[in-house]
Design a protein around this ligand. Sequence first.
Ligand SMILES: [Zn+2]
Length: 335
Amino acid sequence: MPLILDRNEVLEMYAFAREKKWVLPTFNTENLTTTEAILSAVSDYGKEIGVNNLPIIVGITNTYKDRPQSVYYSHTRNWEIGMRLFLKDLDVLTSPESPYGNLNVMVHLDHIIWDDDLELLNWDMRQFSSIMYDASTLPFEENIKKTAQFAEKNRDLVLIEGACDEISKADTSGNADDLTTPEMAEAYFSGTGVDIIVPNLGTEHRATASSLKYHGDLARKISAKTGPHLCLHGTSSVSQDELTTLFEDGICKVNLWTALERDSTFALFSDMVKNASKLIGPAKTKEMVGKGLLGMIADSESKPSLDYYTTTYRQDIIFRRMKEIIKQYLSIWYR
Ligand SMILES: [Zn+2]
């Protein structure tokens, strides 16, 4: 079915998820392979549990410095071209002819920066189901003021997620930012009028491993004040065992991206090493063995083959592994 863009229909989806005790997953993407892996995984998982129209949110950042995903969506490295391609991809993949045409797909703009993304913020917001308006680089009071202005202007057009605090980044200082206090969250939520807030609950963006602690106790204290309107970011930094209580903690939406890319790379790399000669031929394989880059047991006899040296081969491995990762998360949040 077509994308769910109407604000009231989006709110109905959230209410439906809440009734089911589901946490709505948002998987971000920066290429067609990932976009399709998300839809395909949800479609497969739905078939396994006997629901053919599961809701799913597909997200993308714009010029967000930590990961400008619309910029990466095309090799033009132009955000506008990338954003338009992303919307077209989703449009075609959710059309009635598509195998993913039954899904309830919502599209999310993630980390849209209050000053850098002014041009995008002037687009018709009705093309999107939700937007995370990010003014978290400003001092707290100014963040509230800026976000309230945006919410005032766009409240009828799109569901608004607000960034109460900055989420820490794994590859910067090493000093984690302070966690959001329930008092701050309450002041932000009532002061801005956003639908959903993103507090800092101890997770990290772009983590290289899933070894951090998610502070569910804090999420419960915050949601006791604001209601169950929290969104968790930096989810890849936490092990899946830590993510089973999100619904009870008052989290209604969860954002995830890093783990998809991080954890599919091993699958691709292993397969390429194992089949080295089919990818690059005996001569180049032997050269790599000679340089110590591959072991002696690497296949160095096979002829190169179209089944191995194409972009299709590489994307297929990524696609399949991403689907497995996504399905594992879905089994936690769509229980
Ligand atoms: Zn985020």
